[in-house]
Design a protein around this ligand. Sequence first.
Ligand code: ATP
Ligand code: MG
Length: 437
Amino acid sequence: MLASASAPPLLEIRDVSQRYGKTSGEKGLLVLDGVTMQLEEGEIVGLLGRSGCGKSTLLRIVAGLARPAGGEVVYRGAKVEGPVDGVAMVFQSFALFPWLSVLANVELGLRAKGVREAEARRRALQAIDIIGLDGFENAYPKEISGGMRQRVGFARALVVAPNILLMDEPFSALDVLTAETLRTDLLDLWVEGRMPIRSILMVTHNIEEAVLMCDRIVVLSSNPGRIAAEIRVDLAHPRNRLDPEFRQLVDHIYALMTQRTEPAKVREGAFPGTGLGMALPTVSTNTLAGMIEEVAAPPYDGKADLPALADSLQLEIDDLFPVAETLQLLRFAELAEGDIKLTPAGKRFAELGVDQRKKLFGDHLLAYVPLAQRIRRVLDERPSHHAPATRFREELEDYMSEEYAETTLKSVTTWGRYGELFAYDESAQAFSLENPQ
Ligand SMILES: Nc1ncnc2c1ncn2[C@@H]1O[C@H](COP(=O)(O)OP(=O)(O)OP(=O)(O)O)[C@@H](O)[C@H]1O
Ligand SMILES: [Mg+2]
């Protein structure tokens, strides 16, 4: 016992930072900043944080799939400089080979490592058995459900008997019931020691999932991603979501995640929370209006506890945060300590008719979203009042990945159309000042 207490951690993340963007070096977007944490034997650690805070980035660095701009990852005393034997990853959704059976898909990694056929088969069948895919060995991916396909993903990771299993939101692409079944199965295997794994590091943006599964939860802040808090979860398994202690922890973490972060020392290009390089979440204007109405009405009368609101709107936390954050960004609401509170403008919005709402929304969009300002200014200045979307997409890609640039542009387009700041022609992929009708 003394030996294990003094044993070095299985994995150490030391002062890891990461930057992205076309403009490399100091000007690139700082995504992770000084992340230091460890993974000990026998624990499940959750990485929790809002969308875009750098969770996947950190996991990819740990897996050796990406190099950090600064700092290092050390696995069993050796610096990680590429994919490592002993560390396996489960992704949000798996690219299974459609022309291969379940069994062949699971065997694949072993065969690639040079494990002989008979041995690979034996181990694959064992992994398939453990993960509950018995009887599906000869099925093809298209013949099985999404949940079963994700099980194949787990089996693929388990079959190499890794010491560390990394999971990037492995349940988020599944429907609620399937996800819950898979979570429970996986936890049972873990608690009973039936998985050949010493420790799990899992990314999630679902607080309940983290509290349900993890021994320790590391909360990352956004822009840049830094460790904001670390919470130990000492509840025994199986955990009960309705247990008051469970609820209390969830509320506590909610509060931590909605704490106002000081926008201190804003550096151009380094702080995407301001300026053009701010990634915008995908939230419809209907959803935004619906949330304002809900908070404005009794019993909330302008101020609501987020967990309670999530309940009454029947939203998951994953869905609630982007909505609340967008309202905050547009200054229709403030977030603090787990509560959302409408600003005077938010309250006014709730009382207005359709056209006046659009006007108010458009005014706020122009005032607080630099990308909307930019699009509008370009359109105003051009004699044609017309500009292709690519122009803005390229600009955004200096700050964020292509994927984020695409969703950001899409959001500003829907919001701008609603607020009647500009029109957008889908077929021409261009913005203009003409009425879309
Ligand atoms: N390959 C890339 N090139 C440029 N920017 C990137 C790249 N990958 C991620 N980013 C940026 O880094 C930031 C963090 O991305 P990351 O995917 O790590 O976040 P996340 O916490 O996993 O988010 P989510 O919860 O949405 O999965 C985002 O702002 C994103 O735009
Ligand atoms: Mg991610």
